[in-house]
Design a protein around this ligand. Structure first.
Ligand code: C5P
Length: 398
C-alpha cells in the first residue's frame, strides 16, 4: 500500500524510540523506503546499527560530516521524501519545530522540507499536559503538521495517562492516510450507519445495539480523503461526523429510499445495522393493556435488504459496494457466503460475540473479504479501521 513511497523517519530521543524499530519494519512490509535520521539523543536509546539494518538504508546522524553533505545535502534529503515522520516526537523536538530552530540535522531537515510532516508525540504525562507543550502542539497544528497519538496508558516512568507513543500500526495508518490525502477528491460515497428503529406503535420500536461508531468513523475517514460523503444514518448514539452530508432516517424502508435518492455514487459502504424485520401490524395509536392479560401478537414482515438491492442494480450500481458482516460464530464462512449472496464486492467481517466488546465499544477487529481473498487486520481503534478501509477504497477507485 506504500509501494514506491519514501519516508524520512526522524527518530527522537525518548524511551519510545524502540517502537521506531518496529515502525521501520511495518513501513517496509508495505513497500515503503525508510530513510532514518537519528537525533543525538536518539542514539542513547537505539543504535544506528540496528536502525540501519532494519531500514536497509544509510542512517543519517546528528553529527553529519562533509562526506554526507557531498552525497546528499540536507536540503535535498528534506525534499526527497514523500512524507516526514517524527517518531518519537519528544517535547524538545516539538519545541524546536514550533520555534523554528535548526541547530542539528533533524531540526534543520524539518525546517527545510517542503513536504508534509507527521509527528507521533511520546513523553511523560506531565510534560504532555504542560501548557508550553500544548502551546507548541497548537502552533504545529496551525502550521499543518499532522499528529498521531499519543495514547493513554501505563508509562515507562511508572505514571499513567496520555503520553504513550501511538503503536507502530497506528502510525502506519496515519502515514497511509497522510499520503492518500485528497485521493478521493471528486468522488461521491454513500455510507449507511447506525441502527434502524422499526415502530411497534407510535411510542415503541424494535432496535439493536449498534452505536453507529464504526460508520461515523468511516464517514469521517472518507471525508478526510476528500470524498463527498452522503451519510445516511439511523438513530445512532454517536453523532455524525463533520464534513459530510447527513440524511437522518428511522426505518429500513426510509434508509433504502434515502440511499436510492443519493445515487449515483462511486462507492457505497453499508455499515448500518439494519433490522431484518419490521412489524407488519404496527399500531397507529399507542397499544394499551386491556386488562384481559392477553399479550398483543406482533406480525413481522421482511425488510428490504439495502446492500443487496444496491449491489444487484442493473444500472447505476456504484463501482464499489462494501457490506459489513457482524457475526457471532463462523465469522469467515458466513462473511464469504454473505458476499456471494448479496452480490457486493467486499465484506468487512467482524465477531460481535458478547465477550469481544466490539458492538458499542471503541475497537474493532475485522477481516476484509474480497474477490482476491481474505485479509485479517489486528484489533484496532474503530478510527484506525476506518482510515485503513478508506485508504483501501481510495486505492480501489484510483
Ligand atoms: O444480513 P446481514 O444483516 O448480516 O448483512 C449485513 C450487511 O448488510 C451490512 O452491510 C448491512 O448494512 C447490510 N444490510 C442492509 N439491509 C438490510 C440488512 C442488512 O443493507 N436489510
Amino acid at each position: 500500500m506504500l509501494a514506491g513511497k519514501r519516508i524520512l523517519l526522524v527518530i527522537g530521543g525518548g524511551i519510545a524510540a524502540y517502537k521506531a524499530l518496529d515502525l521501520i519494519r511495518r513501513l517496509k512490509e508495505r513497500g515503503a523506503t525508510v530513510i532514518p535520521v537519528l537525533t543525538r539523543a536518539a542514539e542513547e536509546f537505539v543504535t544506528p546499527l540496528s536502525v540501519g539494518a532494519l531500514a536497509g538504508e544509510k542512517v543519517y546522524r546528528a553529527l553529519f560530516d562533509l562526506t554526507d553533505e557531498a552525497e546528499m545535502g540536507h536540503i535535498q534529503l528534506s525534499r526527497s521524501a514523500d512524507l516526514i515522520v517524527v517518531a518519537p516526537a519528544t517535547a524538545d523536538l516539538m519545541a524546536k519545530m514550533a520555534g523554528g530552530h535548526a541547530d542539528d540535522l533533524a531540526s534543520t531537515l524539518l525546517m527545510a522540507t517542503d513536504k508534509r510532516v507527521l509527528i507521533a508525540p511520546a513523553m511523560n504525562v506531565r510534560m504532555w499536559t504542560h501548557p508550553a507543550l500544548q502551546r507548541n502542539l497548537a502552533m504545529l497544528a496551525g502550521d499543518g503538521v499532522l499528529t498521531v497519538g499519543p495514547n493513554e496508558g501505563d508509562m515507562a516512568c511508572g505514571e499513567y495517562g496520555p503520553g504513550r507513543m501511538a503503536e507502530p500500526l497506528e502510525i502506519v495508518s496515519a502515514v497511509e492516510a497522510a499520503l492518500a490525502a485528497g485521493a478521493l477528491a471528486g468522488r461521491h460515497i454513500v455510507v449507511t450507519s447506525g441502527p434502524t428503529h422499526e415502530p411497534i406503535d407510535p411510542v415503541r420500536y424494535i432496535a439493536n445495539r449498534s452505536s453507529g461508531a464504526q460508520g461515523a468513523a468511516l464517514g469521517a475517514a472518507l471525508a478526510g480523503l476528500g470524498a463527498r460523503v452522503t451519510f445516511v444514518t439511523g438513530p445512532a448514539s454517536v453523532p455524525p461526523p463533520a464534513g459530510v452530508h447527513v440524511v437522518r432516517v428511522e426505518t429500513a424502508a426510509e434508509m433504502l429510499a434515502a440511499v436510492e435518492a443519493a445515487l449515483p455514487a462511486d462507492a457505497a459502504v453499508f455499515a448500518a445495522a439494519v433490522a431484518d424485520w419490521r412489524v407488519a401490524n404496527a399500531a397507529a395509536s399507542k397499544m394499551k393493556k386491556d386488562g384481559s392479560g392477553k399479550a398483543p401478537a406482533l406480525n413481522f414482515a421482511e425488510n428490504p435488504d439495502i446492500l443487496a438491492t444496491v449491489a444487484r442494480m442493473d444500472t447505476g450500481r456504484p463501482g464499489l459496494v462494501v457490506g459489513f458482516a457482524a457475526e457471532t460464530d463462523d465469522v469467515l464462512a458466513h462473511a464469504r457466503a454473505k458476499r456471494e449472496r448479496k452480490g457486493c464486492d467486499w465484506i468487512v467481517a467482524n465477531d460481535v460475540s458478547a465477550g469481544t466488546g466490539i458492538m458499542g465499544g471503541a475497537e474493532n477487529e475485522v477481516t476484509l473479504v474480497t474477490a482476491e481473498g481474505v485479509e485479517s487486520w489486528p484489533r484496532l481503534a474503530k478510527g484506525e479501521v476506518a482510515r485503513r478501509l478508506a485508504a483501501r477504497i481510495a486505492e480501489a477507485l484510483a
